[in-house]
Design a protein. Structure first.
Length: 117
């Protein structure tokens, strides 16, 4: 058997994350689980933004680190975070996204999400 594709791995990770949330709060319905997921991802995004901004407080080295993190790391992390949010939302609601939906998710993230920040 061939190894799973990147998309299959991302979907498996999203399903595992949704299952973990269900196990942690078995009485919660899908909407409550989604709200928990959204809150957690927003907090992570805020933390990354704070760390990126904080590097500017260190003269010289902080500026260089800030450019490196903000230019590449921040964008990459935020895009991954947004994709995880989208895929885990599908998993929480028990629906696997189609190839067209996956493409649309990626385009939205690149256009309006991490790529637009």
């Amino acid at each position: 058997a061939s190894p799973p594709s990147a998309a299959e791995k991302l979907w498996a990770d999203a399903q595992a994350a949704a299952s973990k949330r269900r196990e942690a709060d078995p009485k919660a319905d899908a909407t409550a689980l989604f709200r928990q997921l959204l809150r957690d991802k927003c907090l992570r995004a805020g933390m990354v933004g704070s760390l990126t901004s904080a590097t500017g407080l260190i003269p010289g080295l902080g500026t260089l680190a800030g450019l490196a993190i903000d230019g590449v790391g921040d964008l990459t992390y935020m895009a991954r975070l947004q994709r995880q949010l989208a895929l885990t939302t599908f998993a929480i609601y028990g629906r696997e996204p189609t190839a067209k939906e996956l493409d649309r998710i990626d385009r939205w993230i690149l256009t309006f999400g991490a790529g637009g920040s």
